[in-house]
Write a protein that binds this ligand. Structure first.
Ligand code: HEC
Length: 119
């Protein structure tokens, strides 16, 4: 029994990061996420988000929306559907300087983060 438990714990430590929530770093306009625990694909997506999604406002809006499940300005629910809709809305803003594949990558990342934040 103890051995089984030990094996389970070891697997958990090796395979899954086993950490709940998001690793938020900085505050206010300097708010960001620590991507070191992200899977490689999400690290790539984060590299896009950290450049493309801070053109008009800081990452604070995005991080708060993901953490609280509520979009901070409109107070609308921020779930997977909303993440997609906001991604498209941001891309369509004048001078957003974002391509469809970039928005897709950021939406994928937001979905991943929404799941992580819920843990
Ligand atoms: C071209 C400028 C621009 C870019 C680039 C941009 N945003 Fe925004 N964002 C805005 C403006 C303006 C608002 C104010 C509210 C609105 O229009 O929805 C906003 C609001 C938001 C909100 C809060 C929405 C609410 O209703 O509370 C979130 C979340 C957000 N942006 C995320 C992102 C993400 C993620 C990206 C990158 C994919 C991004 N933004 C890129 C301009 C931009």
């Amino acid at each position: 029994m103890q051995r089984t438990l030990l094996i389970i714990i070891s697997i958990c430590l090796l395979v899954a990061p086993c950490q709940a929530g998001l690793k938020v770093i900085g505050k206010g306009d300097k708010t960001s996420l620590d991507p070191t625990g992200f899977p490689p694909a999400m690290q790539t997506n984060f590299a896009i988000m950290r450049v493309k999604c801070i053109k008009c406002h800081s990452l604070e809006r995005t991080v708060v929306a993901i953490q609280t499940g509520i979009a901070p300005i409109s107070s609308q629910p921020f779930d997977r559907n909303a993440a997609r809709a906001y991604g498209v809305k941001m891309m369509r803003k004048p001078d957003s300087n974002m391509s469809k594949p970039e928005v897709k990558a950021v939406v994928e990342l937001m979905n991943y983060l929404i799941d992580e934040a819920a843990q």
